[in-house]
Design a protein around this ligand. Structure first.
Ligand code: AHR
Length: 494
């Protein structure tokens, strides 16, 4: 099959905000306990953080990590997780039907984040709690005043404020699974009042209001409109969440989910602009895609599991090669929509639907999805260019035309570099791809990284990394072969 991409240096979509390569750590399963934190592990540092895990996270160069949930945050009392560890209460976590020991809380997490070289995207509880708890939490985290909560932080050993700059106003409040789920009206009011007190304590922060927890929610659209009617003047971003799966074992249709993601982003941005116009506002509310991934094998697992365990194996999705192909495409979608998506979080980072897995007391390793995430984060920086592509297509189950080629093109001006990410979604045919980089005289192809496996179901485990990228030989500056069902990164340098 033949395909062609044409770009023009002047045809920019927008500048990529590095926070689109963010991730997420929730108090869920083994994400925190025996994931990032395991004081008895041989690689544990002075604070009990696993350095083998930190070393893998460093390879990903993660700019921001959302914390502490997720569904967990809607029942969380942050005060349980500060101060003397021996006095912290063990509590029931009703989101995941487990026991939370509170051995890690905001004090430890900000310390871990520093060691991981990442920022914290902090979420407040708008389920069981509200503005009162939120204003105290932000005073504890961000205030330099001589007042109770700022002094409590000092007393706990942290003289300088943590300075978290990005805050989520609750989590998935549209879902009836959420602890203290709300109607759009109820949430819109609570989010507005919480936004006001948070920004009064620290006017330098940015806020994310909850959009729908999935584009297929029956309230999608109306939820966004109502929430934005209330919150528009007080927030900076509206959240999107979406997980895809291949339950039907229909790989072409599964790989077409990225088009669904594209539409979800565009529709949600349009809704934001509709409210902007209605309010005659000069301000643009952008998007925070703060939960996205492949997730279907381990959905609803907590309902089957023995209740009230500490750090059980939960949502430990084992990713195969085709999952990595879709994750690679979803990253390109975020890049292509960088004019509106300013934050995004791969959900999640360690053990729970994650690119990194650990064994209690043992190894840490990379799942298949680790690689596209790593290359996007390391090389997908700069300005996304509009790519015109010509290619054969197939039909998705919705009847959409799905081009076999899915691509994004990014110019890194500082490095005089152009990076093309490209997936061939044909399951049977290799693709001869011609690339025309208009306005980039003197640029030559210097690297072709390919992620490929013969077996779409191949997985990695602690002793065998079956799916790994490889460097291909460069034969031409403008023509490459993309193997059938492969994900590729092409780096052009001047
Ligand atoms: O990421 C796992 C869960 O998925 C989160 O807790 C929740 O927000 C979403 O439903």
């Amino acid at each position: 099959m033949k395909a062609k991409i044409t770009v023009n240096k002047n045809n920019e979509i927008g500048k990529i905000d590095r926070r689109i390569y963010g991730s997420f750590i929730e108090h869920l399963g083994r994400a925190v306990y025996n994931g990032i934190y395991e004081p008895t592990h041989q690689s544990a540092d002075d604070k009990g953080f696993r350095q083998d895990v930190l070393e893998l996270i460093n390879q990903l160069n993660v700019p921001i990590v959302r914390y502490p949930g997720g569904n967990f945050v809607s029942g969380y009392n942050w005060e349980d997780g500060i101060g003397d560890k021996s006095k912290r209460p063990q509590k029931l976590d009703l989101a995941w039907l487990t026991v939370e020991t509170n051995q890690v809380g905001v004090d430890e997490f900000q310390e871990w984040a520093k060691r991981a070289g990442t920022d914290v995207m902090m979420a407040v509880n708008l389920g069981t709690r509200g503005p009162d708890e939120a204003r105290n939490l932000i005073e504890y985290c961000n205030s330099d005043t001589n007042t109770y909560y700022a002094n409590l932080r000092r007393q706990n050993g942290f003289d300088k404020p943590f300075g978290f700059k990005l805050w989520c106003l609750g989590n998935e409040m549209d879902g009836d699974w959420q602890i203290c789920h709300k109607t759009a009206e109820e949430y819109g009011r609570a989010a507005t009042e919480t936004a006001k007190v948070l920004k009064w304590v620290d006017p330098t922060i940015e806020l994310v209001a909850c959009g729908s927890s999935d584009p297929n929610m029956p309230t999608y659209g109306e939820w966004e409109r109502t929430v934005l009617e209330h919150t528009y003047d007080y927030i900076d971003y509206l959240s999107l969440h979406c997980y895809y799966g291949n339950k039907a074992q229909n790989t072409p249709n599964f790989l077409a989910r990225v088009e669904d993601m594209d539409r979800f982003i565009k529709k949600t941005a349009n809704i934001c602009d509709e409210i902007k116009a209605k309010k005659n506002s000069d301000k643009t509310v952008n998007l925070s895609f703060d939960e996205w991934n492949v997730w279907y094998r381990t959905k609803d697992e907590e309902k089957e599991m023995e209740r009230w365990q500490i750090a059980p194996h939960l949502l430990e999705e084992k990713y195969n090669f085709e999952d990595a192909l879709l994750v690679g495409c979803m990253l390109m979608s975020l890049q292509n929509n960088c004019d509106r998506v300013k934050v995004a979080c791969l959900a999640q980072l360690v053990n729970v639907i994650a690119p990194i897995m650990t064994e209690n007391g043992g190894k840490a390793w990379k799942q298949t999805i680790f690689y596209p995430y790593m290359y996007a984060s390391l090389y997908g920086n700069g300005v996304t260019l509009r790519a015109e592509s010509k290619c054969d297509s197939y039909k998705s189950s919705e009847g959409w035309d799905i081009p076999y080629l899915y691509t994004s093109v990014i110019e890194n001006k500082e490095k005089n570099q152009v990076v093309v990410f490209a997936a061939n979604r044909s399951l049977t045919e290799d693709m001869e791809l011609e690339i025309n980089l208009g306005g980039f005289e003197g640029y030559t192809l210097s690297q072709h990284i390919e992620l490929y496996s013969d077996n779409l179901n191949a997985t990695n485990d602690k002793d065998n990394e079956a799916v790994q990228p490889r460097n291909l030989n460069i034969i031409s500056n403008s023509k490459v072969t993309l193997q059938k069902h492969s994900w590729n990164m092409l780096v052009f340098n001047k």
